[in-house]
Ligand binder design. Sequence first.
Ligand SMILES: O=c1ccn([C@@H]2O[C@H](COP(=O)(O)OP(=O)(O)O[C@H]3O[C@H](CO)[C@@H](O)[C@H](O)[C@H]3O)[C@@H](O)[C@H]2O)c(=O)[nH]1
Ligand SMILES: [Mn+2]
Length: 706
Amino acid sequence: MEGSLQAIRMHNIHRVMKMPKRGEEGRWGWIAMLWAEVCFGVYWIFTQSLRWTLLYHIPFNHRLFQRYGENKLPGVDIFVCTADPMLEPPNMVINTVLSVMCYNYPSNKLSVYLSDDGASELTFYALLKASIFSKHWIPFCKRFNIEPRSPEAYFSQHYCTIKNTQEWSSIKKLYEDMKSEIELVVEKGKLPDEIRDQHKGFSEWNSKITKKDHQSIVQIIIDGRDTNAVDDDGSQLPTLVYMAREKRPNFPHHFKAGAMNALIRVSSEISNAPIIVNLDCDMYSNNADTIQEALCFFMDQKQGHHIAYVQFPQNFNNINKNDLYANSFPIEFPGISGQGLATIYCGTGCFHRRESLSGMHFKDYHNNTTRCNIKPNSTQHHEIRTTEELIEASKVVSSCRYEEGSEWGKEKGLVYGIPVEDVVTGLVISCRGWKSIYYNPKREAFLGVAPTTLEVSLVQHKRWGEGLFHIFFSKYCPFIYGHRKISLGVQMGYSVYLLRAPMSLPTLSYAVLPAIYTLWGIPLFPQVTSPWIVPFLYAPLATYLYSLLEAMSCGCTIKSWWNLQRMKLFRRTSSYFFGFMDTVKIQLGFSETKFDVTDKVVSEDTMKRYEEEVVDFGSSSSVMFTIIATLALINVFGVIGGTKKVVEGSALVLQVMLCVWMVMLNKVVYEALFVRSEKGCLPSNVLLKSLVSASLACFVLPSFLS
Ligand SMILES: O=c1ccn([C@@H]2O[C@H](COP(=O)(O)OP(=O)(O)O[C@H]3O[C@H](CO)[C@@H](O)[C@H](O)[C@H]3O)[C@@H](O)[C@H]2O)c(=O)[nH]1
Ligand SMILES: [Mn+2]
């Protein structure tokens, strides 16, 4: 660390000392490089906060039942969010729902809520089907203690693992029949009338309902209190609720944050469990004991009462061997948790204490309750109401008007107005005096779907980059809002994420200027013979070597480290750059916050490329790709022009080396532009646009400036 600090300092001293004077060639380039290096230096110092203390936890979940017995365990409400039946197929959604209905936890204490922002009768239909299938599936899972308990995942991973092959085949057939019935209906896009007559719930849908304009729909599909709601073995089923909160064109709905807040209120009417679990619709449970593990933190006698949430990592079940799009991020979360038990809330795979999620400050909670205080059930008012009454009450609290003039989205529930509602909400909860835990168990607790094309991945990172920077700009900036509430280490740790978008600017200067100045013949770095070369070599080498070792210590392959370096470049120069521009536009009032839902459907063609680890540009002419391709071409020009100049004896060696590094990272771009021709390549209009822009930047611009 000392060495790196020293290198950063030497960098900057050299830049200032050797800066071309006013009127001399290359002064602006030097100023831009100095500015970029100062940014990198400060950012690097921030990233160190994530590496000071790494914190790991081990719960002893078998002791939980011993100590508390079943009766004293708290109720758990599980929220699953979905938004669009086309991007998030109902079959995937119900697999997640089914997996969480099967936890090794008393069913009468478990309630599962599906929020459907797509307000789709197809999703509702699928959920009805799932409720019927669950009567066979839950006892099957528990009897044979199988994992994972998402039927799709289970059947695709296993060939009959149990002794009773007949039982196995019959449950598999039941699942497959259900799946194909659902797929058939989804394909048609419309429900046949005979199905519609089967359940009164369908009467909520008429021809006027659209995704963005409809009344609140709440259906209690299984009421856990109903003594007839039992599975094949006669055991009680968990409660299962479908909710599509009211949406009207002139009311903002606040995307996922709005859905979550409606879920908090609806569930408080129906089951009001003290613990809430929050899942994206693609994140199925991969471990039936996860609830017990998470409860160990909340029910710990010393610290438990202080814990607001327990975050599990976001793992994926479709990462290819070398993690082509760098979707897994194993290193940094334990780091931020080490800085005073504050961890980042990622919006999925997270267990919350109801009070903290609803807005209570820790000190108010602490003053009102005794230690380790999770009551088995909170209020019992739901027990005396009929199912119909619960539904009516739920519709009221999930209506648009309910939030008007209220504190929801500000002081209560998830925070509105920022597309990464999760991170900002976690930050606010920490600032209210709560602690939080990051827990990464050996067997992954949840598995979701990671993007399988470059475009989807870049769009997702654009939303994150924009949302995170938006937090920095808002009143929730950790250094201001968190002043004296969270430690400096946590503030810095958050900033590493929040500042990704503006860090795109120094990265862009480093990706463009050296190549252009090479063509121009102006050195931006010291000569190879000068002693000043040492810090300029040390800083990148140390950084890359360190990150390589870090990745390898987490079990990554060298190739996946290389993929990560490439993705970092792509994200910073495209996603984060656009995220930055959009934040600025939003701040100036030219644009509104939006949430592009990540597509979770993969075509066969795409899947093949993904498995072969071929970068998929999806023949898309997105502007992001034009930027990526332009940078790639500028650096090729830099290498060609620069090598000639170096041979002629000019002092551009380091600069040309930088261009070579860029060219190596961009290999896949050249292939997609010039070699490949299938659907995953880059189309000719991207080639044309990027050729024109790169030539302008390299050959026309310099002659203008000189
Ligand atoms: O209006 C909306 C938009 C999205 N969602 C749901 O939000 C979840 C996350 O959306 P997705 O498109 O999968 O985004 P990701 O980028 O994969 O999500 C990550 O980042 C989001 C914030 O940007 C968090 O909300 C997520 O929990 C986190 O997994 C999904 O279940 C959606 O169905 C809604 O319920 N309503
Ligand atoms: Mn997702």
